[in-house]
Design a protein around this ligand. Sequence first.
Ligand code: FAD
Length: 469
Amino acid sequence: MSSTGPYDIVIVGGGMAGLIAAARATELGLSAAVLEKGEGERYPCNARMSGGVFHIAFNDIKSPPATLRAAIDRATGGSADPGQTQAVADKAGALVDWLGKQGARFIRTKVAWQNYILAPPRPLRAGIDWIGRGPDVLLRQLVANIEKRGGKIHLGTRATSLVMKAGRCTGVTAETSGQSLTISARAVVLADGGFQSNSDMLREHITPAPAKLKQRGGVTGAGDGLRMARDAGAAATALDRFYGHLLCRDAMHSDAVWPYPELDGIATASIVVNTQGARFLDEGRGGVWIANTIAKQADPLCATVIFDSKIWEGPGRSARIPANPCLESAGGTIHRAPTLTALAEKAGVPAAALEAAVAAHNACVHSKTFTASSPARTPEKFTPWAIEAAPFFAIPICAGITYTMGGIRIDGDARVLRDDGSIIGGLYAAGTTTGGLEGGESAAYLGGLTKAGVQGLCAAEHIARTLTS
Ligand SMILES: Cc1cc2nc3c(=O)[nH]c(=O)nc-3n(C[C@H](O)[C@H](O)[C@H](O)COP(=O)(O)OP(=O)(O)OC[C@H]3O[C@@H](n4cnc5c(N)ncnc54)[C@H](O)[C@@H]3O)c2cc1C
């Protein structure tokens, strides 16, 4: 086994959280190394594939901290960790200003929460399209900045365990080119991006059938950071929620229809039925919640969204990359029929059950009473539309998992905590590998880029303060 270091800070993972932590640390004069398991200049990660929109719970990131705190509390029903909430609300605005100084360029749209989108933005069409787009450009810029300030990026280097001495983290063991390497450090930041691509962990916490979820991202989150942190005595938050979207089921075999368009806007206006043609979830709780609920079914590939021509022309066109017309032009499966009976045959569900589900839904819409529907529907957040204007539509859907929302418990400075709330010296975590901010009963999504960026900044700044005090 060879060894290297010591560095002031070693970071596991070169996504948004890790590169921001490294760039800030080197700016503050620390010696830093990033261990990244991916190879090549454009190694995959969720950050590189992202849409690049910095927001907090769909609010303008430059809103006053009190507004952002209230938005987080509202979205999570108060379940978010107060220390992390405070940090994200307080530093979100400073994050995008700092990124600007690192060379990030932003555009804005007319939508208020889309004031900071990394430029150049991805084109508004279906399918994979991230090369040369804003997030890819920013990550490569951050790498250049880190290296210019003397930081090291070790590609093809997978961290496997933490080095602990007397309860304190003093380095990382990694594998690179078939060799073991120990890198000693005064502080370690875990930023490996979650466990969404680890089938065993998914089966334990999220779904009975991991292979029936669509991996809607870089497929790099193997849960290494969570495992290493747990081995070192760290606490984990609830691990049962993920951020993701509803996708056309063709995404299971075709790259033309993911990561966009999402079908959340259509599903929350209409109904989702199972193979028996019956509703089985509360569509009014939002696309992320629906994706989580579908994932928990014995067969997560059981769901079909049923709607009509008014929904297709309304909510079907309202997303940034809308299903109408993007899904159709990408060749996604869309069943259309003049009657519900004919639609049921095309969608492979029993006609009588489908007609009954639609009739019950329409009765609720017209009487504006949703508590009686089975299952009950939340009408406040998303307006339910009647399904009565032919032609009728059916799209078989699947749950696309982007990242897990539970993970390593941290405080507002990104320090890793034990079950008893004490701090593990020298150990920090940032980004998707952490938990406690997003998720909860409502499967609240607050914005993964902002979370990753703020926590990366917090970790680097706390380490710099500690090492220089
Ligand atoms: C299609 C898509 C669209 C999105 N759009 C948005 C958006 O518009 N706005 C938004 O806020 N969020 C968005 N997100 C989410 C956002 O990308 C993530 O929240 C963010 O990238 C998380 O950053 P991270 O650094 O924690 O993880 P990642 O960016 O995934 O980086 C983790 C890195 O760690 C590396 N790694 C893993 N294990 C190891 C190991 N053992 N050793 C060394 N390296 C390791 C991985 O290879 C990877 O490079 C989107 C995501 C996707 C996929």
